[in-house]
Structures are given as structure tokens and as C-alpha cells.
Design a protein around this ligand. Structure first.
Ligand code: IPE
Ligand code: IPE
Ligand code: MG
Length: 243
């Protein structure tokens, strides 16, 4: 029996959706079938997160490194991304879509469909679903450094004025708070170049469950686990429990 404290729902949950390929292989199916099933999980988890009041859900959908997969798998994933952008789902759940990542590397038809969906859902005020596409944290941080260097070169920023806030403001995630909770499905215990700056103090939750098998119940169990933890941010336990 899962009991959630509705006053302590994480505002931002980031997920590394892993295990589609192994889910398919275990059933003697093509990897693409795992991705198809995974797309259904995206719909279910989006609804489940919105329902309990999560404000931002950031899903690692395609990493910079994933461009190195066989071209037919990349093509299948691109087609699936488009197929999954069902506006009905966004409208019904009052969800807004945002994209982070190097969009310029995505095929033109994918860029167009994403732009359209972002535009059509921009006024939705419930949860923001953020898809990390052609994203990697090192790419993002490198871009931020380049932007700051350009500002210094133009004379609008002095090197001594560069602060954590400046850096943060140059990241693709500057419109949202850092994730309180990071979930990785599929059993691997690594971050795979995801939100390295933003997850500095996130609570990490790893589960063996493959992404296509991940349900609303699994999500709520992860939130419950998060709520049982004490977030100390470098302080002592006494400091954070006495007011
Ligand atoms: C995650 O599942 C989806 C993407 C990376 C696009 P995988 O495709 O990595 O599945 P496994 O890790 O091979 O099982
Ligand atoms: C991470 O999964 C990227 C996404 C979930 C989109 P991978 O399956 O690509 O990660 P590695 O290669 O096992 O680290
Ligand atoms: Mg994987």
C-alpha cells in the first residue's frame, strides 16, 4: 500500500527511461517493439505524474550518444517520437511540451512536429513534460560556456562576475527548478550524461524494472521512497530537522 504525502510531491522528476531493448529481447521481439511499448509507458507515466501534482517531468528520450546506434534504430525512434506526440493527451491532462537538446541535429520533419506541439500546448498550465532529445549534459555545459565566453568577448560580462547563477541561466533547463528526484529504470547504475549540473543534489532512485514494465504504481513507489529520505544539503541531521 503506497501512501504519498501530497505536501511533499517532488516538483521536478527526471527519468532515464532505459531497458526497452532488453524488454523486447526477453520476449524474442525486435528492439523496436520495446520502444513501441516504451512509448505507451510515456503516456501512462505522464498522466500519473500530472495526477499527483508533479510540475516538471523530464524524460531522457534520445541522447547525443544514441546517434551512434544502427541507423534503422535511430530512424525508428525518430518516427516513434512524432507518433507519440498526441495532442489529445497533452490537452486532456493540461500538459505543456518543452524540448531540451540539440534540435538542429534532428530531422526536419521531427523539428517541425515538435515545434507545432510545443506551440499548441504552450498555454497548458498543469505539468510541463520536457523531452531531452539529442541531449547530453556535457554538450549543454559546453554550449553554456561558449555563450558566456561570447558575452565576455562582447564586453557585457566580466569574468569575475561569472556566478553559478550565470551558468545556470545559460543551460537549456533554465526555465525550471532542478529535479528533486532522478529515476533510472532498467537496472544500470549510471547517469549516462544526463543533467549532470542539475542533479548535483537530486535523490537518485534506481530500479531493475524495464521501462516498458514501469507503471504508475512504480512511479508512486519511487516518490514514496523519496519522501522517506532526509535531504541534508551538506548540513547535519539536527540542522535540517529543528526549525
Ligand atoms: C532506452 O532503452 C531507450 C533509448 C535509449 C532510446 P534502450 O534501447 O537503451 O534499451 P536497452 O538498454 O538496450 O535494454
Ligand atoms: C540512456 O540510455 C539514454 C536514454 C535513456 C535516452 P542508454 O541505454 O543509451 O545508456 P547507456 O548506453 O546504457 O549508458
Ligand atoms: Mg539502454
Amino acid at each position: 500500500m503506497i501512501t504519498l504525502d501530497y505536501n511533499r510531491i517532488p516538483r521536478h522528476i527526471a527519468i532515464i527511461m532505459d531497458g526497452n531493448g532488453r524488454w523486447a529481447k526477453a520476449r524474442g521481439l525486435e528492439r523496436s517493439m520495446g520502444h513501441q511499448e516504451g512509448a505507451q509507458t510515456v503516456r501512462d507515466i505522464t498522466e500519473a505524474a500530472a495526477k499527483v501534482g508533479v510540475k516538471y517531468l523530464t524524460l531522457y528520450t534520445f541522447s547525443t550518444e544514441n546517434w551512434n546506434r544502427p541507423s534503422h534504430e535511430v530512424a525508428a525512434l525518430m518516427a516513434l517520437i512524432i507518433e507519440s506526440l498526441e495532442e489529445e493527451l497533452f490537452m486532456k491532462n493540461n500538459v505543456r511540451l518543452r524540448i531540451i537538446g540539440d534540435r538542429s541535429r534532428l530531422p526536419e520533419f521531427v523539428q517541425k512536429a515538435l515545434e507545432r506541439c510545443e506551440h499548441n500546448t504552450a498555454a497548458n498550465s498543469g505539468m510541463t513534460m520536457v523531452l531531452a532529445l539529442s541531449y547530453s549534459a556535457r554538450w549543454e555545459i559546453t554550449e553554456a560556456v561558449r555563450q558566456l565566453a561570447e558575452q565576455v568577448q562582447r564586453g557585457v560580462l566580466r569574468p569575475e562576475d561569472i556566478s553559478e547563477e550565470n551558468v545556470q541561466n545559460q543551460l537549456t533547463t533554465s526555465f525550471m527548478p532542478d529535479p528533486e528526484l532522478l529515476i533510472r529504470t532498467g537496472g544500470e547504475l549510471r547517469l549516462s550524461n544526463y543533467l549532470l549540473w542539475q542533479c548535483a543534489y537530486s535523490e537518485l532512485y534506481f530500479t531493475e524494472t524495464y521501462w516498458p514494465d514501469f507503471t504508475a504504481e512504480h512511479l508512486y513507489a519511487a516518490i514514496e521512497d523519496y519522501q522517506s529520505r532526509e535531504r541534508r544539503f551538506g548540513k547535519t541531521s539536527e540542522q535540517v530537522t529543528t526549525h
